[in-house]
Design a protein around this ligand. Structure first.
Ligand code: ZN
Length: 227
């Protein structure tokens, strides 16, 4: 929000001006205090300018319906849904998901950089915020014949894209532990962003070596203690 927008909205937050829309009698889901409280929600120019006892130019009675922040799906493979990104967006939005972080390793394994470009172009202004991790293991290992190779040289042009956040789940854990040069080059290229891992049941010294290589996360935890 820039300074001019803040200056325009402050009088609405103070209720010196009536906001364009107030959702009356909402069950506001407060994800910080983990409570649901009954309140009105005031909106101006698409921005929430007040929660509490509010008045507005248009008022809609929600009768206690929940108002919650949009869900963020932090790890998904859109292709597994078997639908195109715009239809995927339409379906998840209806269930309250407003942002996703996707690793398009299925399409990139087949189509390489063209697949990555397709996913970026198909998710612009999609109604849902789509962010991407660059697939790290295309192919997943030297014995795979999947159709495409997506090495650091081909990744480079996507680095710096405002919706590319880092490197997708580094599945070739044995490759990392061998010190595979190509894999470490990809991790190095995307350092500064998030480097996602994929290391089920990797523990102890192997986990320390995997972490030392630059991998930051793992979504494959097999029990609570490991997580
Ligand atoms: Zn995954």
């Amino acid at each position: 929000m820039d300074r001019k927008q803040k200056q325009r909205l402050i009088p609405y937050a103070l209720q010196q001006k009536l906001p364009e829309l107030v959702l009356k009698n909402a069950g506001v889901v407060d994800v910080f205090s983990k409570r649901v409280r009954k309140a009105d929600v005031a909106i101006q120019d698409g921005v929430i300018v007040g929660v509490g006892d509010c008045r507005g130019r248009e008022e809609r009675d929600l009768g206690g319906a929940f108002v919650a922040p949009g869900f963020i799906d932090s790890h998904v493979h859109i292709e597994s849904s078997m639908v195109s990104p715009p239809l995927f967006a339409e379906k998840i939005l209806a269930h309250g998901t407003t942002a996703v972080v996707a690793d398009p390793h299925e399409i990139v394994n087949v189509a390489g950089g063209a697949g990555m470009e397709y996913m970026l172009s198909q998710t612009e202004n999609a109604g849902v915020r789509f962010y991407f991790m660059l697939p790290s293991c295309v192919p997943i290992s030297s014995i795979e014949h999947n159709g495409a190779v997506f090495g650091a040289d081909r990744m480079r042009r996507f680095r710096g894209h405002p919706r590319v956040l880092g490197l997708g789940e580094v599945m070739d854990c044995p490759g990392v532990l061998r010190g595979d040069g190509g894999l470490l080059e990809k991790i190095g290229l995307m350092e500064g962003g998030v480097i996602d891992g994929h290391a089920p049941a990797v523990r102890g010294r192997e986990l320390q070596a995997y972490r030392l290589a630059g991998v930051q996360t793992d979504h494959e935890c097999t029990d609570y203690a490991q997580a």
